[in-house]
Design a protein around this ligand. Structure first.
Ligand code: SAM
Length: 253
């Protein structure tokens, strides 16, 4: 899978994109990440990429000509998605990562300052994506988040020993708690079932922990998660436990 990143700050990607799993994925040619400096597409001698907003007001706005020229030149005849990182876009979720991982190539445009001239969006952007309801100083960190989450869904990137299938959100639920050696630390032990060698019991424990965690932390996810009858039964038991707890502790009214 190929990512083309259009940015004013290509050096920001060093580190996050050149270490660990993403580095190995690039070394093995499973993903390719290309950086394009938007400044290279300016035509004036000062290489101007931003101007004050039309109508006045504070800050600067990214100019339309260099951005559209950069996008058209990098995209060529390809009809791949051109994503603008934007606090106003649709929210990036695991489902969106999965959707984008189906493409063989995507372009990501990193905004800066007060954002981009609206005509860039009208002329050259196919999708606007936000990584959450907060405002960043620029789209570079958002682009890195997206490349990371999408890349780990590309076959081979995680390697055979690490599956993405059980990860939080991949199953529609949050993942179960994880442990590793030592078996005991400061009085806290690994749950016995995990060292029992009984794979069926481990699977059952993990599923139930996953359901419990989701029910406690993100009950909204249970509305859309694919659940079996056994899962629903377990969730009903959790609800019953909670009712009993509140009845037991309710003050005299
Ligand atoms: N004035 C803009 C607004 O109110 O929507 C915010 C501009 S922000 C300071 C500069 C750039 O950072 C944006 O153009 C966008 O590319 C990026 N950015 C900021 N927050 C983001 C978010 N939550 N997700 C993705 N990109 C974001």
């Amino acid at each position: 899978m190929r990512f083309d990143i259009l940015t004013l700050f290509p050096a920001m990607f060093e580190g996050p994109m050149t270490e660990s799993i993403l580095k190995r994925a690039q070394d093995n040619d499973l993903i390719q990440v290309h950086y394009h400096d938007i400044r290279d597409y300016t035509t004036d001698k000062h290489k101007t990429t931003d101007e004050p907003p039309a109508g006045g007001g504070g800050g600067m706005v990214m100019k339309v000509e260099p951005l559209v020229s950069a996008i058209e030149s990098v995209r060529g005849e390809d009809d791949c998605p051109v994503i603008l990182t934007s606090a106003q876009g649709r929210t990036f979720t695991q489902a969106v990562a999965k959707e984008l991982a189906q493409y063989s190539r995507i372009l990501i445009v990193c905004g800066r300052y007060e954002g981009v001239d609206e005509r860039v969006i009208q002329l050259a952007i196919t999708d606007e994506i936000s990584i959450g309801d907060f405002v960043l100083t620029g789209g570079e960190l958002a682009a890195m988040v997206m490349v990371d989450a999408i890349s780990r869904l590309v076959p081979g990137v995680l390697g055979a020993q690490w599956g993405a299938e059980d990860d939080s959100h991949a199953t529609g639920l949050l993942e179960y708690p994880q442990y590793t050696r030592p078996p005991e630390f400061r009085g806290l032990s690994i749950p016995e079932v995990l060292t029992s060698g009984n794979h069926q019991a481990v699977e059952k424990w993990r599923r139930q922990q996953s359901l419990r965690r989701t029910w406690q932390r993100r009950p909204d996810l249970l509305q859309t998660a694919p659940l079996t009858d056994k899962d629903r039964w377990f969730l009903a038991e959790l609800a019953q436990e909670e009712r009993e707890y509140y009845v037991g502790t309710s003050p005299d009214l």
